[in-house]
Structures are given as structure tokens and as C-alpha cells.
Design a protein around this ligand. Structure first.
Ligand SMILES: C[S@@+](CC[C@H](N)C(=O)[O-])C[C@H]1O[C@@H](n2cnc3c(N)ncnc32)[C@H](O)[C@@H]1O
Length: 150
């Protein structure tokens, strides 16, 4: 998808079950790093991989927030790009017995072809109209990458 950027592809037909791993941050530290990354990334070829996941109660209120930064330490999931059409992966919080925190896992949301790029939705692009340019190429691309105020 990107000439200079890394992406993630499926090279077999196994069911996708991949956890996003990285440094677990406090919200204060996530906000501090996001400001640093915004400055470093704009206008350069560097990318960041700070994922903020909120778990919501049925009422709609957020009850758990997890900040995982795979920019320096992480696994292959840090190369999964955003797609405005929702992509082919869904994120699910998976709880293992005895674990304090859930894991953020990716599951296939539809059949995925061999060599197809893996993508998911990073969020709502409408949140930040000044976000960076989106190159997902989907027919419903908003042209702007989702980027929330962390
Ligand atoms: C988790 S990383 C994904 C891997 C990244 N492409 C790389 O080369 O390291 C997230 C970063 O990738 C870039 N990215 C992901 N999806 C994109 C898209 N649809 N359009 C433009 N840039 C994208 C952005 O710079 C974003 O901050």
C-alpha cells in the first residue's frame, strides 16, 4: 500500500488471532509520548504505533482505557495500517483467567485472501480534521487519518 511504509500481509490461510504487544503506558505518559510523536512524525518518514483502546459499558461510558505503545518495542501487529472502510480485522479485548488486564487481539472480520494487506479502523476520522493524510485507498476514504486527542 505505501511505497515507503511498512504494512502487514497474510501469508497463509490460518485464522487471524494476533495480540497487539508493546509497552503498557499510563494515560499521562501516553499523552506525553503522543505529543512527541506528533512533532517527530509530521513531515518525516517516521511512524509511531501508540494504540489507545477504550472499553465501554452498555451505557456508552468508557470504563477501561489501555495505552499500548509499540513504537519502540512490539510485535508484527505494529505494522497493521488503518483503513477507512474498517479493514479486514476487528479488535477484541480478550481476558485470560488470572490476568490482570485483557489483551487487545485482532480477529478476521471477513475472509482474507493470501497476500492481502491486513488493516483495521484506527477510529473516527471526524475527531481531528487536522489529522495527517490517509492513503488507505478505500472507496470510502475520508482522506484524513483518525487521530484522537490521547
Ligand atoms: C501502527 S503504525 C503502522 C505501520 C506503519 N505503516 C509503519 O511503517 O511503521 C501506524 C502509522 O502508520 C501510518 N499509517 C497507517 N495507516 C495509514 C493510512 N491509511 N494512511 C497513511 N498512513 C498510515 C501512520 O503514520 C500511522 O501513525
Amino acid at each position: 500500500m505505501f511505497a515507503q511504509r511498512k504494512s502487514c500481509f497474510l501469508d497463509n490461510h490460518d485464522l487471524i488471532h494476533l495480540a497487539f504487544s508493546g509497552e503498557l503506558l499510563t494515560t499521562k505518559e501516553a499523552r506525553r509520548r503522543q505529543l512527541t510523536y506528533d512533532k517527530l512524525v509530521s513531515g518525516s518518514k517516521r511512524t509511531s504505533a501508540l494504540l489507545v483502546v477504550r472499553e465501554h459499558l452498555p451505557s456508552g461510558n468508557a470504563c477501561l482505557r489501555i495505552n499500548i505503545d509499540a513504537t519502540r518495542i512490539g510485535n508484527v501487529a505494529r505494522f497493521i495500517n488503518h483503513s477507512c472502510d474498517g479493514g479486514n480485522l476487528s479488535t477484541v479485548l480478550v481476558r485470560s483467567s488470572g490476568a490482570l488486564l485483557p489483551r487487545v487481539c485482532f480477529f478476521a472480520s471477513r475472509d482474507i485472501l493470501k497476500d492481502e494487506e491486513l488493516t483495521f479502523s484506527y477510529g473516527d476520522a471526524g475527531v481531528n480534521p487536522n489529522g495527517s493524510k490517509c492513503f488507505c485507498g478505500s472507496s470510502c476514504c475520508s482522506g484524513i487519518m483518525p487521530s484522537e486527542h490521547t
